[in-house]
Design a protein around this ligand. Structure first.
Ligand code: URP
Ligand code: ZN
Ligand code: ZN
Length: 456
C-alpha cells in the first residue's frame, strides 16, 4: 500500500492549530504526530495549512428545474468541487410528485456514479408526502440517506405544515433530521403576481418580492412545527437577520435547530439586482441576496458559533439559460455556482478579516457538516482512521477570482474579480492526489458515502 508522510505542516481542527505530521497509508490516515518513524515517501508541507477535506452539504447537480437542467452535472460540478478543496458533496436527490423515494434515489445514483470526482452522498428532498412514501423512510436509512429536505415554497415541492410535522415525527423513529427551505409561499406568490401585473418585470423585483419577513415567518413556523414534534431540524441557506432572530428565540425555548448559511449571503448584497439584465440575472437565487445589515448579523452569528455550517447551494445556470427570464424575472432559473470558491472566500473574508478563526473555518466547512450528516470521523477530521481527505492550503500569496480559471460549466463566477488570499494548493481524496497546482489530476474516482445518523 502506498504510504506518504506529510511533513512539517500545520493541521487545522476545530480545537486549534498544531504543527504536526500526517501519515497516509492507502486511503486512510494512519498516524498523526511529530516523530513518526516510517519508510513512507516524504512530502514537505511546511508553511502550509492542512484542513480535513471540505464538505459541501448543499449542492444541486444535474437538477431539472424551471424547464431546464442545471449547467453543472456531477462531472463538471465535482471537478469544480475538488479544485475548491471539497472532497465530499451532499447533493439533493429530489422526488418528483407521484414518484417513489427509491426511484428518486436511484435516479441520483445514476447521475453521480462514475462521474463524480469527489466522494458524494445524498439528502432526499421530499415533494410528495404519502403513506407509501412514509413506508419507504426506513429503506432510505438502510441505503445511507439520513437527512431530508422540505420546501415551504415552489409549487413543485411545497409541503404543508401538517405534512412537515408528520415527516418530523416519523424521522424521529430512525434518528434522522429534516432541513427546510424557509420562505412563505403565499406572500411571495402574491407579491410576484402583483409585480408582474404592474409590469415590474426586471431582476430588481426579485428581492422586492421575496422580503426578509417572508423568510423569517417561515423560519418561525418551521421551528414551531419542530417544537410541536420535538424533533431536531436544520434551516438551510439562512439569509436574513430577522430569520436569525427567530432561530435564537426558538433555541431559547429549547428547539434543537442547526443552521446553514452560504458565502453569497455573507458577501454579496441586493444592489447587484439593479445591474443590466445579464449581470443581475447571475445573482437571482432564492432566498435572494439581502442587505449589509443582514450580512453583519450572519457574520456575528458565525463568530458566536450560532451558525453550524457553511455550504454553497451550488445550483448553476448559464447566462443563456438565465435569459429565459429576460422579459419576466419570475422565469429566471434560480441559483448560482459556489462549490469551487467557498473555502478561499471564507479564508480571505472570514479568517483574514478576523471575522472567524481558522478552527471555526474548519468546523464550519469540515467537521460540523461531517457530524450533522453522519459521516464523522470517516470524513471531516484529520485523525487516525479517517479517510485521507486532506486539503493542503497555501496561506501566502494572493490572486483574483476569474470564471475563466474555474471549472463550473455555467461560464461565470458571482465573485468575478474578488481579491483572494491563499489558495487550495493540493487535494488528497482518500490518499490520492486529485488536484495539484491548479490542475485536476484524477477524475471520476468519487465514491458513494452511505451515511449514518447525525451526531447532534
Ligand atoms: O436559488 C436556489 N437556491 N436554487 C436552488 C434550490 C434551492 O432552493 O435550494
Ligand atoms: Zn432551498
Ligand atoms: Zn438548495
Amino acid at each position: 500500500m502506498a504510504k506518504v508522510l506529510l511533513k512539517g505542516g500545520t493541521v487545522v481542527s476545530p480545537k486549534g492549530i498544531k504543527k504536526t505530521d500526517v501519515l497516509i497509508s492507502g486511503e486512510k490516515i494512519v498516524a498523526v504526530g511529530r516523530h513518526i518513524h516510517t519508510d513512507a515517501s516524504e512530502v514537505n508541507v511546511s508553511g502550509k495549512l492542512l484542513f480535513p477535506g471540505f464538505i459541501d452539504a448543499h449542492t444541486h447537480f444535474d437538477l431539472e428545474v424551471s424547464d431546464t437542467v442545471t449547467a453543472d452535472d456531477f462531472a463538471s460540478g465535482t471537478r469544480a468541487a475538488i479544485a475548491g478543496g471539497v472532497t465530499t458533496i451532499v447533493d439533493f436527490a429530489t422526488q418528483n410528485k407521484g414518484e417513489k423515494l427509491s426511484d428518486a434515489l436511484n435516479n441520483w445514483h445514476v447521475k453521480a456514479f462514475a462521474h463524480s470526482s469527489c466522494d458524494y452522498a445524498f439528502h432526499m428532498a421530499i415533494s410528495d408526502w404519502r403513506e407509501d412514501v412514509k413506508a419507504e423512510l426506513e429503506g432510505m436509512f438502510e441505503q445511507g440517506v439520513t437527512s431530508f429536505k422540505v420546501y415551504m415554497i415552489y409549487d413543485a415541492m411545497e409541503l404543508s405544515d401538517r405534512e412537515i410535522y408528520e415527516l418530523m415525527k416519523e424521522l424521529k423513529k430512525y434518528g434522522g433530521i429534516v432541513g427546510c427551505h424557509c420562505e412563505n409561499s403565499g406572500i411571495i406568490g402574491k407579491l410576484r403576481e402583483e409585480s408582474v401585473a404592474r409590469g415590474e418585470l426586471s431582476p430588481a423585483n426579485h428581492p422586492k418580492t421575496r422580503p426578509d419577513y417572508a423568510e423569517a415567518e417561515a423560519v418561525r413556523r418551521f421551528l414551531t412545527i419542530a417544537e410541536a414534534a420535538d424533533a431536531p431540524v436544520i434551516i438551510v441557506h439562512l439569509s436574513t437577520a430577522e430569520g436569525y432572530e427567530e432561530i435564537i428565540r426558538a433555541r431559547s425555548r429549547g428547539v434543537r435547530v442547526f443552521v446553514e448559511t452560504c458565502p453569497q449571503y455573507l458577501l454579496l448584497d441586493d444592489s447587484v439586482y439593479n445591474k443590466p439584465f445579464d449581470e443581475a440575472a447571475k445573482y437571482v437565487c432564492s432566498p435572494p441576496l439581502r442587505k449589509s445589515f443582514d450580512q453583519k448579523m450572519l457574520w456575528m452569528a458565525l463568530k458566536n458559533n450560532n451558525i453550524n455550517t457553511i455550504a454553497t447551494d451550488h445550483c448553476s445556470f448559464t447566462v443563456e439559460q438565465k435569459r429565459a427570464g429576460a422579459n419576466d424575472f419570475t422565469k429566471i432559473p434560480n441559483g448560482m455556482p459556489g462549490v469551487e470558491t467557498r473555502a478561499i472566500l471564507m479564508y480571505t473574508y472570514g479568517v483574514k478579516k478576523k471575522k472567524i478563526s481558522l478552527p471555526q473555518m474548519c468546523a464550519l466547512l469540515s467537521e460540523n457538516p461531517a457530524k450533522l450528516y453522519g459521516m464523522y470521523p470517516k470524513k471531516g477530521a484529520i485523525k487516525v482512521g479517517s479517510d485521507a481527505d486532506i486539503v493542503i492550503f497555501e496561506p501566502r500569496g494572493s490572486s483574483t477570482i476569474a470564471a475563466a480559471a474555474c471549472h463550473s460549466a455555467c461560464g461565470y463566477n458571482p465573485f468575478e474579480g474578488a481579491r483572494i488570499e491563499g489558495c487550495v494548493e493540493r487535494v488528497y481524496l482518500r490518499g490520492q492526489v486529485v488536484y495539484s497546482g491548479g490542475e485536476i489530476l484524477v477524475q471520476n474516482k468519487g465514491k458513494y458515502i452511505s451515511r449514518k445518523k447525525p451526531i447532534i
